[in-house]
Design a protein around this ligand. Structure first.
Ligand SMILES: NC(=O)c1ccc[n+]([C@@H]2O[C@H](COP(=O)([O-])OP(=O)(O)OC[C@H]3O[C@@H](n4cnc5c(N)ncnc54)[C@H](O)[C@@H]3O)[C@@H](O)[C@H]2O)c1
Length: 325
């Protein structure tokens, strides 16, 4: 039998705190060499892009593949979202697909979770910190949720080119987190924050990196293609640069590839993978003045770990629909 879980069912069992714990273990497995993580494979049918993201985590016993499609004409032509994702979870003992689940909400939570774990290891530790969020879309909300899980946050600032999106963010997230959230009028205004998340669809830098304060931690999660970047060369140069995966950063992330290709930084500027810091192979933040930067491209190990968590919780709660395929 195969368990089918829709978006509401996934959302009903998936908590940020649990997801952060699962994603932290997945990054540790990647660092310890017990994860199998091929780079995502893409196919381009005439109307869009179809991506396949497989991963296997040996210790966690998580085997999964996410299928994500990006079809720009979907909303107008077919009344469907641009991005659609589903995760196939397998039993590593038999190979059988034991669960097919909606991947949209899961992706946002696991992306937030990676930033949450990076924040836990890299941000300054004092209480009453301010979070600054660039972008007010699907991912941005989960970024704030994760940062609030990792640190004591007393206020948040949000900036989006769409005032309506930022207002909706303030209304939803201030209620959900019982937190003061202020919409600001420019990306540079969020630089007053201690922890910054960039989660926009912008292909060009959001702010002047020379204006970022010492001691800031940044999670950069948007624009993960070689020609696009949310962060300029100045902030990359000034930061201790940590990536989710060295390979993904050097093949997919304009934020580091553009300054590398321009000769502005050497390869060695890539300090460490997040897993190396989690497992203690390399120290994270070493003082309160350092600027730390976590670049997230999004890895299939995050999906596999999260999908297994969702499946186990759904089975325990007796939710979803079992079908014979
Ligand atoms: N790293 C990962 O694992 C991962 C996972 C999923 C999505 N993403 C990326 O995250 C980004 C956001 O995705 P989403 O699903 O939240 O999209 P979304 O469309 O829901 O939100 C993006 C928001 O960015 C805003 N924006 C665009 N340009 C801006 C600018 N210059 N300044 C401020 N705001 C701006 C838009 O108005 C929009 O509200 C995309 O680049 C996406 O590819 C990364």
């Amino acid at each position: 039998m195969t368990l089918i879980l829709n978006k509401a069912e996934v959302a009903s069992v998936l908590e940020m705190k649990d997801c952060m714990a699962a994603v932290e273990l997945a990054f540790a497995e990647l660092s310890e060499g017990t994860a199998v993580l091929p780079l995502r494979t893409g196919i381009t049918p005439p109307d869009g892009l179809s991506l396949y993201m497989p991963a296997y985590l040996k210790k966690m016993e998580a085997l999964a593949c996410k299928v994500v499609t990006v079809y720009k004409n979907n909303p107008l032509k077919h009344n469907l979202p641009t991005t659609i994702g589903k995760v196939l979870l397998q039993d590593p003992a038999t190979g059988d697909v034991i669960c097919i689940m909606n991947g949209g909400y899961l992706t946002a939570v696991r992306t937030g979770a990676a930033s949450g774990v990076a924040t836990k290891y890299l941000a300054r530790k004092e209480k009453n910190q301010v979070a600054g969020i660039a972008g007010a879309g699907v991912q941005a909300k989960m970024q704030l949720l994760a940062v609030c899980e990792a640190r004591n946050i007393s206020k948040a600032l949000v900036y989006d080119v769409s005032e309506a999106a930022a207002d909706a963010f303030v209304a939803e997230m201030s209620k959900k987190l019982s937190l003061e959230i202020i919409r600001v009028k420019s990306a540079e205004e969020i630089l007053g924050a201690d922890i910054i998340c960039t989660a926009t669809s912008s292909p060009t830098p959001l702010f002047d990196g020379n204006k970022v304060r010492e001691g800031t931690h940044i999670n950069g999660i948007g624009s993960h293609t070689p020609g696009a970047r949310e962060l300029d060369s100045a902030i990359v140069k000034r930061s201790k640069f940590v990536g989710d995966s060295r390979e993904a950063c050097f093949k997919e992330a304009g934020d580091i590839m553009i300054p590398l290709n321009a000769g502005e930084i050497p390869d060695s500027h890539f300090y460490a993978e997040l897993g190396a810091i989690i497992t203690g192979k390399k120290p994270g933040r070493v003082n309160d003045r350092e600027i730390t930067l976590f670049k997230s491209n999004g890895l299939a190990i995050q999906d596999a770990a999260t999908a297994l968590l969702v499946y186990q919780k759904a089975v325990a709660a007796g939710i979803g629909t079992q079908v014979e395929i």
